[in-house]
Design a protein around this ligand. Structure first.
Ligand SMILES: Nc1ncnc2c1ncn2[C@@H]1O[C@H](COP(=O)(O)OP(=O)(O)OP(=O)(O)O)[C@@H](O)[C@H]1O
Ligand SMILES: [Mg+2]
Length: 407
């Protein structure tokens, strides 16, 4: 049988067909339009199937995930989509899933309160231990290009994520970014580093709970059509406003300032968002800052970190200088709180010399200090100016650690 109920936690949203060979949802009956995924609208009373399937495809591990092909060959599978049905499409970041007539309830199946085996996660992390027993895994519905898996550590659901390339820098960067956010009072998810078989991994707790869910900014951007005169930044704010979320400026100010300081190169629209109550659909506010690891020259040579040139910027403007001009107020910012951040940075990299030598650490420290100073000057001299579409990012594409994923 290929008939399912698309569920939002315990709310039936729509009856769908999912022909095995196509991996495309076809809506056969709509039950609760308000619970459709954000950005999936009705056209003359009918669900926009193309939009629904864009959302559905986005739920999977992207084809560009580092190490995916090796893991799939372990399962003897051509693609990960068929596995998704076996885990009911359940995730640890939101509450959508597919039920069949005979399926158990959300209470019995969800990954937030029920344990899950790590066999798929192990395979995705490059540890060839897949035993073929169970496909139940929240890893099948976790996007992003870096190798990663969900694990239950001390009873808490945690995302364990690798670095890439010769420097393996992203796990350390996550920690530095969260330390800077902490000092500046910016809501964020704390990260730590663990080592396994000589490689560093970042670990952060799931910030989603049975009563909240993450709605990535990408979904918000799908709720309105953007015209050519509206900047990407204004479009995002206007999408939020139309959904009744009006106080976005401050959270965006904080994110843009942090991204400037760490020279973040990958804040695409799936790397920030909002939290919502899945039962009442009430908007709860911005999600804490997460996934800031592609920063501090993570894939650049030490000399390039020193030069500070060719730093990619997302999601709104092509340069960090232009993006900083979008900040509406620096009143909340106390840069003196970053006094001593040099020492924090050195401590985070201590023990990682095999990947990040002393010279590289010092180049990173110097570059952070320079950006703090430039930001200070900017806050003192900057005159408010109207935003336009000039220098807008045209295509938001996630950074590739081998290949790329278009958003
Ligand atoms: N702490 C968290 N709690 C809940 N969901 C999370 C958490 N961290 C990440 N996610 C979800 O998992 C996805 C993948 O995580 P993350 O963005 O950190 O991976 P990534 O591989 O670095 O991504 P990218 O391709 O953007 O570099 C995120 O897009 C988000 O949906
Ligand atoms: Mg990401």
């Amino acid at each position: 049988m290929d008939i399912y109920m698309l569920m939002h936690k315990e709310t039936p949203v729509a009856e769908v067909r999912l022909p095995f060979e196509k991996n495309k949802l076809e809506v056969t009956a709509l039950h609760q339009a308000s619970h459709l995924p954000v950005g999936v609208s009705l056209r003359r009373g009918k669900v926009d199937t193309a939009a629904l399937n864009d959302w559905w495809i986005d739920r999977f591990i992207p084809d560009t995930r580092s190490g995916l092909n090796e893991a799939l060959s372990d399962f003897d599978l051509p693609d990960p989509y068929i596995l998704l049905i076996l885990n009911h499409g359940l995730s640890l970041s939101d509450h959508y899933w597919l039920a069949q007539k005979s399926t158990l309830s959300w209470e019995q199946l969800n990954f937030f309160t029920n344990p899950f085996p790590t066999s798929i996660g192990d395979a995705l992390m490059g540890k060839r231990r897949f035993d073929g027993v169970s496909f139940r895994s929240p890893d099948l519905t976790c996007n992003g290009n870096l190798k990663k898996c969900w694990a239950i550590l001390d009873g808490k659901r945690c995302l364990v994520k690798a670095g890439s390339g010769p420097f393996q820098q992203q796990p350390f960067n996550e920690v530095i970014a969260s330390k800077m956010a902490e000092r500046l009072g910016i809501p964020h998810i704390p990260y730590t580093v663990i080592w396994d078989e000589g490689l560093p991994y970042s670990v952060c707790e799931d910030f989603v709970t049975p009563d909240t869910e993450l709605i990535p900014a990408w979904r918000m951007m799908q709720t309105q059509k953007k015209d050519n005169q509206t900047s990407v930044y204004q479009h995002y704010r206007s999408c939020c406003k139309k959904l009744g979320i009006s106080n976005m400026a401050h959270a965006l100010d904080q994110m843009l300032v942090l991204d400037y300081l760490i020279a973040n190169e990958d804040r695409h629209f799936n790397n920030f968002g909002l939290l919502r109550n899945p039962d009442t659909l009430e908007w709860l506010g911005p999600a804490p800052i997460y996934d800031s690891g592609s920063c501090l020259g993570y894939d650049k040579l030490t000399a390039q970190i020193r030069s500070g040139r060719n730093i990619t910027c997302k999601p709104f403007k092509k340069t960090h200088q232009d993006q900083l001009r979008l900040v509406t107020s620096f009143d909340w910012l106390d840069l003196s709180k970053l006094g001593g951040i040099e020492q924090d940075i050195r401590e985070v990299f201590a023990g990682a010399e095999e990947f990040i030598d002393k010279e590289r650490v010092e180049a990173i420290v110097t570059s952070v200090n320079q950006r703090i100073q430039m930001l200070e000057t900017f806050t003192l001299t900057q005159q408010p100016q109207a935003d336009s579409t000039e220098n807008d990012v045209e295509r938001n594409v996630a950074a590739e650690y081998g290949m790329g994923q278009q958003l």
